[in-house]
Design a protein around this ligand. Structure first.
Ligand SMILES: N[C@@H](CCC(=O)N[C@@H](CS)C(=O)NCC(=O)O)C(=O)O
Length: 335
């Protein structure tokens, strides 16, 4: 519905003006200006591929309307300028326009610049560990937030989501899906994935364990009875996971080998997540607490923890609502 309105909007604005004056339409530079602007706007609306170009020509035509009669360039009247500016605003600031063109431009300009682009919701979910890892590797990234079903369907129809799921990350000319695969690729590329296969398998074991634990916390906002789940998470964290990490972070101070790896980055993210839910949980795990203290002093991580960074807050109702709308879920799944 919104998309239809969005497509019709330039017609609604321009046709009443153009139709009564359509003869002899090409003699009058002003009318020509109107018609050409309408066409430009229509193309801009229907064809995101050309939106940058047409935005430019649209703005250009504001200043120099061209007439095919050779009467040349004339400044448009104030009323024409106001008309175009207001219809332009309608178009550019409408919700679907922002979704389609904003995302399109972010993707094109970032991908062309070789920048990493993350496609996910404006929330933590499965993407947050990837944000953490890119941050630790000091890799800049852009984000395209999924806010509407239309955007998700566009990704599907573009064939960008191999299993119809996000997270999806554009990197090195590829569109990667599957969180763990993406995580490993980034870890490997930025030398956060151990020095040999023995280190790598250890990093994988820690990573899998941490992801299992974090997944339990991640799905809480989508659970029908989150309170009862919390007790179970706390018990598992204290009895199963934290004791293993308490042993592992002695020695070099890193989980694996003698340098930072993706598993360390994940552990610091996980400990902070646990403390949000259970503030005193690390009191019985002094080595893990000390590890967290060291890791949060790493400059890139320290910056990430400051307000205004790309780190996402804990999920709220708006985030849950958006996820449910995008995936067309009418009620919380029985998790
Ligand atoms: N194994 C996948 C699972 C991804 C996943 O479940 N993504 C959710 C959003 S967090 C999704 O796209 N769900 C839509 C669906 O499964 O149809 C991964 O780890 O990336």
């Amino acid at each position: 519905m919104t998309l239809t309105l969005y497509l019709l909007c330039p017609l609604v604005v321009f046709l009443p003006l153009c139709l009564p004056l359509s003869v002899p339409v090409f003699r009058c530079p002003r009318i020509w200006h109107c018609v050409s602007s309408s066409v430009q706007l229509l193309v801009l609306l229907t064809c995101p591929m050309f939106c940058c170009r047409f935005r430019c020509s649209f703005l250009f035509s504001l200043h120099f309307p061209l007439s095919p009669t050779g009467q040349g360039r004339r400044p448009p009247t104030l009323s024409l300028v106001l008309l175009e500016v207001s219809s332009g605003c309608l178009v550019f600031f409408s919700k679907p326009a922002r979704a389609l063109h904003g995302n399109y431009q972010t993707t094109v300009t970032s991908a062309m610049a070789g920048k990493v682009v993350l496609h996910y919701f404006n929330g933590r979910g499965k993407m947050e560990s990837i944000r953490w890892l890119l941050t630790a590797a000091e890799v800049e990234f852009d984000e395209v937030y999924l806010t509407t079903r239309d955007q998700y369907e566009k990704l599907l129809s573009d064939g960008a989501l191999m299993f119809q799921q996000v997270p999806m990350v554009e990197i090195d000319g590829m569109k990667l899906v599957q969180t763990k695969a993406i995580f490993k690729y980034i870890a490997d590329k930025y030398h956060l994935y151990g020095k040999d296969i023995k280190e790598r398998v250890k990093i994988d074991m820690y990573t899998e364990g941490l992801m299992d634990l974090m997944e339990m916390i991640m799905i809480l906002p989508f659970s029908q009875d989150p309170k009862s789940k919390l007790d179970n998470i706390e018990t598992k964290a204290k009895q199963r996971y934290l004791p293993a990490f308490e042993k592992a972070v002695t020695g070099s101070g890193y989980l694996v080998g003698d340098k930072l790896s993706s598993a360390d980055v994940l552990l610091v993210e996980c400990t902070l997540m646990l403390e949000e839910k259970f503030p005193a949980i690390l009191s019985d795990f002094p080595n893990v607490k000390a590890f967290q203290g060291r890791m949060t002093q790493i400059p890139a991580i320290k910056r990430f923890l400051q307000p205004g960074s790309k780190r996402k807050p804990q999920p709220d109702e708006k985030y849950v609502k958006t996820v449910m709308e995008v995936f067309k879920l009418d009620r919380l799944p029985a998790l």
